[in-house]
Design a protein around this ligand. Structure first.
Ligand SMILES: CC(C)(COP(=O)(O)OP(=O)(O)OC[C@H]1O[C@@H](n2cnc3c(N)ncnc32)[C@H](O)[C@@H]1OP(=O)(O)O)[C@@H](O)C(=O)NCCC(=O)NCCS
Length: 166
């Protein structure tokens, strides 16, 4: 069923809400790459101060219920979608898939042709959300190349030729 989600700009007041969505130590590491106890709203401020990071939220029925970032790499003409999270009470209802498609459309609107996303191996909900939004897994050779300078072995996906599934 389609979800009537709208993309919005992140506001500073949303930071505590978004950080409050993290459910476990594992989620803190996968989503933010920091230990659970070090996850504070100020971390979002640090992220957003970095150049090329565009924070976005998903709004449903007037409530902010999803958060994610577009990382802009103009030199490579490539954008990466990252740090995607959905409010726990809204998970499993198609919000993640729709939000990722909206983020990908936003990256396209910003002029990027190649749009990629990485998934921690075994994160089935994240992988399925990206696939449902129109992303396709890269070849093993491409994944190996992209993982060379990473701290772990990610699964990599690129937005497919049909664009975001909105
Ligand atoms: C990953 C996440 C964003 C997905 O959001 P969501 O709103 O629950 O996803 P959707 O309801 O759109 O579901 C998308 C797909 O995932 C599947 N899915 C949802 N929850 C799942 C789970 N716990 N296990 C396995 N599959 C799951 C759905 O069945 C659906 O698959 P389908 O299209 O093949 O039917 C959400 O689970 C989340 O916020 N996780 C914590 C943060 C995180 O790990 N972020 C990713 C790392 S960057």
């Amino acid at each position: 069923m389609p979800v009537d989600l709208a993309l919005g700009d992140f506001r500073k007041d949303d930071a505590a809400t978004v950080v409050g969505w993290v459910q476990s130590a594992g989620e803190a590491l996968n989503w933010a790459s920091v230990p659970f106890l070090r996850l504070t709203p100020e971390i979002l401020e640090e992220w957003h101060a970095q150049p090329g990071i565009v924070p976005c939220v998903g709004v449903l029925d007037g409530d902010v219920c999803a958060y994610g970032q577009v990382w802009e790499d103009h030199a490579e003409d490539e954008a990466e979608l990252a740090r995607i999270i959905v409010a726990p009470e809204r998970r499993g209802q198609g919000v993640g898939r729709t939000f990722v498609a909206l983020l990908a459309a936003e990256a396209r609107r910003r002029g990027f042709r190649s749009i990629v996303v990485r998934v921690v191996r075994g994160e089935r909900a994240a992988f399925s959300s990206y696939r449902g939004a129109g992303f396709v897994r890269m070849s093993p050779d491409e994944e190996t190349r992209l993982n060379l300078d990473q701290d772990q072995d990610y699964v990599w996906m690129r937005l497919g030729p049909d664009g975001p599934s909105l």
